[in-house]
Design a protein around this ligand. Structure first.
Ligand code: DPP
Ligand code: ZN
Length: 873
């Protein structure tokens, strides 16, 4: 694929002003008629009319109502050029596509078996060109009329975005339905679904007085599991009205669940399509985490209605404009409805282990990339999660009301158009009489800024000088880095854990509890402090930076017990654990002040009645291997594993009686409902059980009983994980029993695969290899591949990085096999090699060799070639 550059952007020479589509649907072959009303930019009279399209079998083509011959058009690899057209044109095409052969799942494809499955589409980012000829770019918006025709028996339900306008029967057992979506939209938001689906229905009356029909569609067998999603959907409608004053403006909102989806979900206007794992939830088939993920993703896709659909992106470089912003909105939605602290801890954990790693490796790119070869490879944690962090910082800077004013102006100015990150910053700035120009740096600059903090207390003058310094290391293609605006939320505590005043000499720069660092280095003086305070920095994780400071065990222990910001309380405990880990890794002998302080704090927290159980559960969860390895200059996975095991075992051993006591005290949690408080208690109880299983095999009996008595999947899976991951003798039998019980449940079987893929033992590789032949495993199903193969490559470092290289070879072979089926998924798997440069030399060499070999494979997709090319540099 050619390189596409942001700086080469030009507005389209031709636009589609209306799109009329009609489909004769069938899994084996579908006929697509497209009628496009096209208009040329009068400033560019010489621009040829070029339409995007690939793998389309063109049957007929008419220009302004007349057939045209091959002398008037030519078909290229990925497009169709019509010659000699000026001003305006009506182009009609008729083409044939083969949904059943579409294993890449972009465009129109089949979910499930030929006889029983259903047809659905996925168009973001460039899937529409696999359905018909069009101008397939996000800055071309048009109203759509869509007519669907199909056999009534085989495809009783026919859905598309917009309002259902008419329907009827055809004489040969077929029927038709017509949808009109009058609100201009880009082609990536087009969607259709056809098949035997069933729905649950509800309604929501908006603040603007519109009654919206809500429907969730799924296979009959799982319909009951859609209730939670329906509740979440109504909550999302309400939340966006209350928080942003934004209502839905169409008459119907449909969601369809499928097991066969490359992404998590898709926000098509009026017809969202969801991966089942983010939609279906009941206590027997979904974990508590699943319940929260459904809430978050249903919210996310709904919020795209305003941030993404009504205001869309000018080009794909601006992807974070909709994704970063919508992830931020989703985070706040979940935080308001469930646990704010838990969501924040989870987001930051994932940012550290995944985004920081991406930003430190050869695949690093700015939140707004400046070039790409394959846009599908830019649906990354950087674009999504770092993008969300930028929006969060802006919201912190502007305050609740200022941010809302800015968003109001953004919607007011840009509803119905395709815009850029600059437009977003301008709206937020203009609404608050601020120039936010320097914030563009966060979108343009790759790499994680390091924030160094040093403080000096002057007892005589009762003041503290805090020096903050920032720098960002060079990343590939970007050697010069600028200082960025960094909001640092902070608090001071005394030795007994009481809050101390926060009075800054430079009052201008302290707003509430937030200091804004704008330059490479600045020193701030805080006064009126009777003693040297314990400083709590980056409260709520106010900026996505790597904090470097001289930690002391005493200070961290005070924060881990007394910080009133739940996130920073957790962060203090995590920092102690990381310091202890570093000492263990370095093989330091003698006293272990951090380890002791950490255990002591957790013992006290376990005894505390006021602490939120979810926060406590997270404090008891040691960072995973990837998160612990991430800050290291050179990684030896076996050494990291060993040090982590020692750390966790030390904790579990020291707290065994307390863990047993808490476990027993929380006994009733299993049978409680799914509201956040009950979920949090179960989380804590499962956490206690996991630590107990680490410390002593005696406790496997407890885990076995936990499994048997479980009245929800969270507990059952929690127990299964404990047993399998601690290699208890009961593991094989229990795994078999679990598989027999959930054989027909794809979403639960995914978890069964994942538990085995993440077994902390080198032998997991042979097991995973064997599981690729299990009847429930399918190479053509992205969820199965995620659970088993990405589970191993991305979430099981000691197996992926086996010193004998077998983990790499197995994964490389899997990439080759998958690439022929679904290149997007294969490319995701290939990013596991992205961290090669920081591995110790032996593994580094093998990884590079494996990538080089893979690169020479025949028929490599553009997706995988792009990842390998950038990884190797
Ligand atoms: N469907 C994906 C998401 O919502 C891409 N837009 O993030
Ligand atoms: Zn999204």
């Amino acid at each position: 694929h050619p390189l596409v550059r942001l700086r080469d952007y030009r507005a389209p020479a031709w636009r589609m002003e209306r799109v009329d589509l009609s489909f004769d649907l069938d899994a084996e072959q579908t006929l697509v008629e497209a009628r496009l009303e096209l208009r040329q930019d009068p400033e560019r009279p010489d621009a040829e009319l070029r339409l995007d399209g690939s793998a389309l079998d063109l049957l007929e083509i008419r220009l302004d109502g007349r057939d045209i011959g091959t002398d008037r058009y030519r078909i290229e690899a990925d497009g169709l050029v019509v010659c000699g057209v000026r001003g305006s044109a009506i182009l009609e095409t008729r083409s044939r596509i083969r949904p059943i052969a579409n294993t890449a799942m972009q465009g129109l494809y089949l979910s499930g078996a030929l006889e029983t499955g259903f047809l659905l589409s996925q168009c973001e980012a460039e899937g529409f060109r696999h359905i018909t000829w069009s101008i397939d770019r996000p800055d071309v918006l048009a109203p759509y009329t869509v007519t669907l025709r199909a056999d009534r028996e085989r495809y009783p339900v026919l859905l598309a975005g917009g309002g259902r306008e008419a329907a009827g029967e055809l004489d040969d057992g077929r029927h038709w339905v017509r949808y009109v979506d009058p609100q201009p939209k880009p082609s990536y938001l087009f969607a259709l679904v056809a098949g035997r689906l069933h729905s649950i229905e509800d309604a929501y009356t908006t603040a603007e007085g519109r009654r919206v029909r809500l429907a969730i569609w799924a296979e009959a067998a799982v319909l009951d599991r859609c209730r939670h999603a329906m509740d979440c959907l109504k909550a999302a409608f309400l939340w966006d009205e209350q928080t942003y004053g934004r209502s839905y403006r169409l008459d119907a909102f449909h969601i369809v669940a499928t097991h066969d989806f490359t992404m998590g979900a898709m926000e098509n206007t009026g017809l969202n399509i969801f991966n089942s794992k983010y939609l279906l939830a009941d206590p027997l088939h979904a974990t508590d985490d699943d319940f929260r993920h459904v809430l978050a993703v249903v919210g996310h896709e709904y919020f795209h209605n305003w941030t993404g659909n009504r205001v869309t992106c000018r080009d794909w470089f601006q992807l974070s404009l909709k994704e970063g912003l919508t992830v931020y909105r989703e985070q706040e939605f979940e935080s308001d409805l469930a646990s704010r602290t838990l969501r924040r801890i989870e987001d930051v954990r994932s940012l550290w282990r995944t985004q920081f790693a991406e930003d430190a490796g050869p695949l690093a790119h700015p939140v707004r990339p400046d070039q790409y070869r394959e846009i599908n490879n830019f649906y990354t944690t950087t674009v999504y999660d770092k993008g969300a962090e930028i929006v969060r910082m802006l919201a912190t800077l502007l305050g609740r009301e200022g941010f809302r004013r800015g968003m109001d102006l953004y919607f007011e100015r840009h509803d119905g158009s395709a815009v850029t990150v600059e437009d977003f910053l301008a709206a937020l700035g203009d609404a608050n009489a601020l120039d936010l120009g320097c914030w563009l740096g966060w979108y343009r600059q790759a790499g994680t800024p390091v924030l160094e903090a040093h403080s000096h207390y002057d007892a005589e003058r009762r003041c503290l000088e805090l020096t903050l310094r920032q720098h960002t290391a060079a990343t590939s293609g970007q050697s010069e880095k600028q200082p960025l605006p960094i909001p640092v939320a902070l608090a001071f505590f005394d030795q007994r854990g009481n809050r101390l005043p926060l009075q800054c000499d430079d009052a201008e720069r302290l707003r509430g509890d937030v200091l804004l660092l704008e330059e490479a280095e600045a020193t701030f003086r805080f006064t009126n402090l009777d003693s040297s305070p314990v400083t709590s920095l980056l409260r709520g994780y106010s900026a996505p930076v790597r904090l470097v400071t001289s930690f002391d065990a005493r200070g961290l222990a005070i924060l881990a017990s007394h910080e009133t910001d739940g996130f920073n309380r957790w962060q203090a405990a995590d920092a102690m654990a990381r310091q202890a880990f570093a000492q263990l890794l370095a093989g330091e002998r003698g006293g272990q002040p951090f380890l002791e302080a950490w255990i002591c704090s957790l013992r006290a927290s376990l005894a505390e009645s006021a602490i939120e159980p979810a926060t406590l559960a997270e404090m008891l969860t040691v960072a995973d291997l990837a998160a612990l390895a991430e800050p290291l200059a050179e990684i030896d996975p076996d050494a990291v594993f060993k040090a982590r095991l020692t750390l966790e075992t030390s904790l579990a051993r020291a707290l065994e009686p307390e863990l047993l006591e808490s476990y027993a005290a929380l006994a009733s949690a299993s049978a409680e409902g799914t509201e956040p408080a009950a979920q949090a208690r179960r989380r804590l109880r499962n956490r206690c059980l996991q630590l107990l299983c680490v410390v002593d095999r005696r406790h496997h009996v407890l885990a076995a009983a936990h499994y048997t008595r479980a009245s929800c999947l969270s507990d059952r899976l929690g127990a299964l994980t404990c047993i399998v991951h601690s290699a208890a003798s009961a593991a094989p039998a229990l795994l078999e029993e679990f598989a027999a019980a959930y054989r027909d449940d794809p979403t639960v079987m995914d978890k069964w695969f994942a538990v085995q893929a993440t077994m902390p033992s080198a032998a997991a590789l042979e097991r995973v290899c064997e599981l690729t032949g299990h009847p429930a495993f399918r190479w053509d199903n992205p969820n199965k591949v995620h659970a088993l193969l990405l589970g191993l490559a991305h979430r099981n470092p000691i197996v992926f990085h086996r010193l004998d290289g077998e983990g790499y070879r197995f994964t490389a072979a899997a990439i080759r096999k998958l690439d022929a089926i679904n290149p997007q998924v294969a490319a995701r798997l290939a990013t596991a090699f992205g961290g090669w440069q920081r591995m110790e030399p032996r593994r580094r060499a093998v990884m590079r060799e494996e990538m080089r070999r893979l690169r020479t494979a025949e028929n490599l997709s553009a997706d995988v070639a792009d990842i390998l090319g950038r990884s190797l540099g």
